[in-house]
Design a protein around this ligand. Sequence first.
Ligand code: AMP
Ligand code: MG
Length: 430
Amino acid sequence: MTDTWSVDEHLDDVLRAVRPLDPIELQLLDAQGCVLTEDVTVGAALPPFANSSMDGYAVRVADVEGATEAFPASLALVGEVAAGAEELPAVRPGEAVRIMTGAQLPPGAQAVVPVEWTDGGSGGGPAVDMTGPSGDQVRVHRPAALGQFVREAGSDAAAGAIALTAGTVLGASQLGLLAAIGRATVPVRPRPRVVVLSTGSELVPPGVSLGPGQIHDSNGFMLAAAAHEAGAVAYRVAAVADDPGTLRATLDDQLASADLVVTSGGVSVGAYDVVKEALSELPPEQGSVEFRRLAMQPGKPQGFGLVGRARSPLFALPGNPVSAFVSFELFVRPALRAMAGHPADALHRPRVPAELVADGALKSPDGRRQFLRGHYTPPAPGAATGTIRPVGASGSHLIAALSRANALIEIPEGVTEATPGGEFSVVLLG
Ligand code: AMP
Ligand code: MG
């Protein structure tokens, strides 16, 4: 054991060690949530051609000048153009062409008159019927301004303009834009592949009934889900027994396909602390893992290092579910987001100040930063801060209470008694 590290020192050390993954070219839907690594420029203008934003009639402005209900302009209907039509009837003086939303503006047309401002094209029939057989005349009841209800080519995005800048996180609307400009693939940082490996001879998977002394592997599922929530692709490996040889062999297998490894259990000072035993003295060519005492509660003993040929980050988290979860949120999640290319200010869960609401003062260990599970309520109208109420006790095995929490309450190192009414920083969980 080395000396004690503060939460911030450990986090800094982790973030210094991890690197963004190399960019790859991904299909649009595979790139969802990923960070774009290059500016994307607009090839062909968007929209690619002038088109109508209404169902109506394409007209020449001079032909409908001064038109009113009482004195409509009567135009000869010379054709129609639907979205996707290839043939475009020209609009000559005194003529109109029926046009649908998204259809290309025909040559000669200068504006679109919505169908509601006409007699509907049947020479006096129902005003808004676009489906019936068209007459050969349309009466227009209002004048049209030049370009009215026309979406000009390039009015959304001009050819050669930057559509999205490097660093953009690709959500639904960004992927929509990429598709609109015809991009099928984009360069992004991939989602980190995370292998989650539980250790403990007492562990059996859920669905299997428990023998004497056995418990279900909850960390494997919880940490794989947390990794997925952090934007990673998570693989859960069946729990490994407390045997250093088996653990090392499993790790060797898994490292081939992992960008990051998370283990849980086996990091304290007991007789079967398999992770520490297997990884604290790796041969130099296999990397190194350092086991530390962190000045925090829960999560005091844990390890971090770079292992395997690719020097992939490995987090050896404590076995108690709450300790594993809190450590994941504080250290692994930011590391995963850094690997996915998110900037320094977007690595962490949001934090807000909140007023502590509790039945009495909460005891906290001196010299260690404590993270209690809590339920956060946003500020009431007019209030400056929201409130935080502890959920369950401080025991790090209390996964039922953890499941009801939506925040972590941070009690600073120097505070040994957190009194109700005091303001604390809380970490908002997803
Ligand atoms: P350890 O550090 O391995 O001694 O584990 C500390 C505590 O966490 C023990 O009570 C373990 O049984 C428990 N534990 C370890 N791994 C898991 C796991 N994957 N799921 C649930 N509990 C675990
Ligand atoms: Mg164990």
